[in-house]
Design a protein around this ligand. Structure first.
Ligand code: UDP
Ligand code: MG
Length: 320
């Protein structure tokens, strides 16, 4: 059969969010293209999302797209952060399956054929699980482990451990994900929330190829807060329990004081215990208020209903 008469092959699109990755994109593409070429019965493509980079990332992307017809590029109007850059990429992905990969070559593109094999077996979400993390400090590993433990306990949507955004999504998983329009996006949680048939492929996470990590500990802390508050309201309940506990203790203590006064009288004093109780209760109240504030702030953000991101330039591939 002549090629133009046949059904077009299914399309696999690799979505790459990038922020200041000008140095490494060429190397990424050099490793990605052979992998895509090696996929039988699939049309491969790459979608680069420039998340408002301040270096030459966009120029490099445009040059790569000019060289290679399978490459498409999307530029956001400013830096929106990785989660939103990824969302923008997924929204613009016209494909039967998408693979999400970091621009820094920490996730090996050579794993994609294995993802595809699982997808062909009927899995909707195939994610890479890191066996070990080269080039990351023990502190980052420790905090990451702690985070997953807390998430596991608090949230009803189990988020797979040691799993980044490196994964393959089937068309229906992609469509489902596109339906989730919340502003505060904890992508790993959203991927898990979608459900369907999911499986994991273990791999070794390499150190960054070029450039620097964009995530410092403050950002990671905020990221963890986002994860917990997006997927659990348990902290709000914690406030209630602490309140009930302190109230009960205070009541018991009150009884003790009354009994003591009745039996032995009250020779004044009591300043230290008074101070302790006041400060303790004040602290607990502030914590509880803070927790409520975290949720209220997010509610406020959601209620504004702003678009999640703004597109500057969108250049789809002719291949799509
Ligand atoms: N990234 C992005 N927008 C940002 C920060 C990061 O698109 O505001 C991209 C970045 O270019 C990379 C991926 O997200 O492709 C992961 O970032 P990074 O390697 O800095 O994170 P780490 O691997 O250290 O967790
Ligand atoms: Mg990285």
């Amino acid at each position: 059969m002549p090629p133009d008469m046949s059904e077009p092959l299914p399309r696999l699109l690799v979505v790459v969010p990038a922020f200041n990755e000008g140095e490494g994109l060429r190397a990424l593409q050099a490793r990605l293209l052979p992998v895509l070429d090696g996929l039988d019965g699939l049309r491969g493509g790459i979608l680069y999302v420039d998340d408002g980079s301040r270096d030459d990332t966009w120029d490099v992307m445009c040059a790569l797209a000019a060289e290679e017809p399978r490459v498409e590029v999307l530029k956001l109007s400013r830096n929106f952060g990785k989660e939103l850059a990824l969302t923008a990429g997924l929204d613009h992905a016209e494909a039967d399956a998408v693979v999400v990969i970091d621009a820094d070559l920490q996730d090996p593109p050579e794993l994609i054929p294995e993802f595809v094999a699982h997808w062909r077996q009927g899995f909707d979400v195939v994610y890479g699980t890191r066996l070990q993390r080269d080039g990351e400090t023990w502190l980052k590993k420790l905090t990451a482990a702690g985070f997953y433990r807390v998430m596991d306990r608090l949230s009803h949507t189990p988020v797979p451990r040691d799993t980044g955004d490196f994964r393959l999504l089937s068309r229906r998983a992609l469509d489902a994900l596109r339906g989730l329009r919340e502003r505060h996006r904890f992508m790993k949680g959203l991927f898990a929330w979608v459900g369907f048939r999911q499986c994991s492929v273990p791999y070794r996470r390499d150190p960054r190829h070029a450039g620097q990590s964009k995530f410092n500990y403050w950002k990671l802390w905020n990221f963890a807060l986002e994860g917990i508050t997006s997927f659990s309201t348990a902290p709000l309940r914690v406030a209630t329990y602490i309140g009930v506990l302190t109230a009960a203790l205070a009541f018991a203590y009150g009884l003790v004081i009354v009994a003591k006064t009745l039996l032995w009288g009250e020779p004044v004093a009591g300043y230290p215990s008074l101070m302790t109780v006041i400060l303790f209760l004040g602290g607990i109240q502030l914590i509880a208020l803070g927790m409520i504030g975290e949720y209220l702030g997010r509610l406020y953000d959601e209620s504004k209903q702003r678009p999640l991101y703004l597109v500057d330039t969108w250049q789809p591939s002719h291949d799509a």
